[in-house]
Ligand binder design. Structure first.
Ligand SMILES: [Zn+2]
Length: 343
């Protein structure tokens, strides 16, 4: 028998109530990405009593994660735990009444549908556009509501997507911006409160939706800057009706076919992995060099860009193809590519 009293202060809030609390306790979610956003989402929603939480992440914990990734500590690093496993262990201590499923995996077109098909809501804790477009395709295809969240520097964005009802991510962003123009936490830094605020807003939308308060969901693309306190809120009602969205109007789901996926090839005997973009881009090496020079050494000519950083050697070609020396693990190479070059 589950103890309802631990949630007393939550269901005392009239919009939730005991009935809403019971709905939360029978709800199932998948959180994709367990970093700055994911750990706040999971921490909040585990404490709120969401009955089942699947945590998916491909990465291990590094010391520089502890500044903002609230479910981890130094002991997890000493044990060299994957993020999803460490998060799962922490959640089991926070709330033993809920079920947690830790998945240590790269999320891609081969597995995403399986990871979300048995849940009520999907939450975005990722750090790159490729995975978000993949989530968007899979959620629209399977009719799963999902909540987009992103944070970088001192700013964050969030948006609720109800497939078939509201605008989807590709109604708003038709394609990913060029990688050298897309900052990542590893190149632009992040103020911890930016991810905390955005993930808290996204978790609130999740609680509204799962407790039976879908009518109160926020219908905007909401942006907040914790440093300047600037708020931007773009109303999205009616947008889906006027777009010719490849995902939610034409149902082409290009990201689920793998046509748009990055491909990796392990280069035998070289401790290196080649990462190839599904769609070639035209990289601006000067912009990429400015980014790398803040952190390590970089040089380029018209044909090739080279840099050394964190024990890795990067060789990048103008179409975005890269050889990353210092790892033989394709999943790690994709992570490093996403961190430093972008997707
Ligand atoms: Zn759409």
């Amino acid at each position: 028998m589950k103890d309802l009293t631990r949630y007393a202060r939550q269901y005392l809030f009239a919009k939730i109530g005991e009935e809403g609390q019971r709905k939360l306790m029978s709800s199932r979610i998948t959180v994709i990405g367990c970093g700055a956003l994911g750990t706040v989402l999971i921490n909040t929603l585990a404490r709120a009593g969401i009955g089942f939480i699947r945590i998916v992440d491909r990465d291990f914990i590094e010391l520089n994660n502890l500044q903002r990734q609230v479910l981890f500590d130094e002991g997890d690093i000493r044990e060299n735990l994957p993020k999803s496993v460490a998060a799962c262990r922490k959640v089991e201590k926070i709330n033993s009444q809920i079920e947690v499923d830790a998945v240590v995996s790269d999320v891609n077109f081969t597995n995403i549908e399986r990871l979300i098909q048995d849940v009520d809501l999907v939450l975005d804790g990722t750090d790159n556009f490729e995975t978000r477009f993949l989530m968007n395709d899979a959620c629209v295809k399977l009719g799963k509501p999902w909540i987009y969240s992103a944070a970088i520097g001192s700013q964050g964005l969030t948006m609720v997507i109800l497939p078939g009802e509201t605008a989807c991510l590709r109604c708003v962003f038709e394609s990913a911006p060029p990688p050298e123009l897309t900052p990542t936490c590893d190149t632009a830094g992040i103020v911890a409160t930016a991810s905390t605020v955005i993930a808290s807003l996204a978790a609130t939308e999740a609680i509204k939706f799962l407790s039976g308060n879908a009518a109160d969901l926020n219908a905007t693309l909401y942006s907040y800057d914790v440093w300047t306190r600037e708020v931007k809120s773009f109303r999205l009602d009616g947008l889906r009706e006027v777009t010719d969205c490849a995902t939610c109007k034409r149902y082409t789901f290009e990201y689920l076919t793998g046509e748009r996926a990055q491909k990796t090839t392990t280069l035998c005997g070289r401790d290196a992995v080649q990462v190839t973009r599904a769609e070639p881009v035209k990289l601006d090496f000067a912009a990429l060099a400015r980014r790398f020079e803040k952190m390590g050494e970089a040089s380029f000519n018209p044909f090739m860009f080279q840099a050394k950083l964190d024990g890795y050697e990067f060789t990048v070609f103008p179409d975005g193809r890269a050889i990353i020396k210092g790892t033989g693990d394709p999943a790690q190479a994709k992570t490093i590519y996403a961190k430093y070059i972008g997707v």
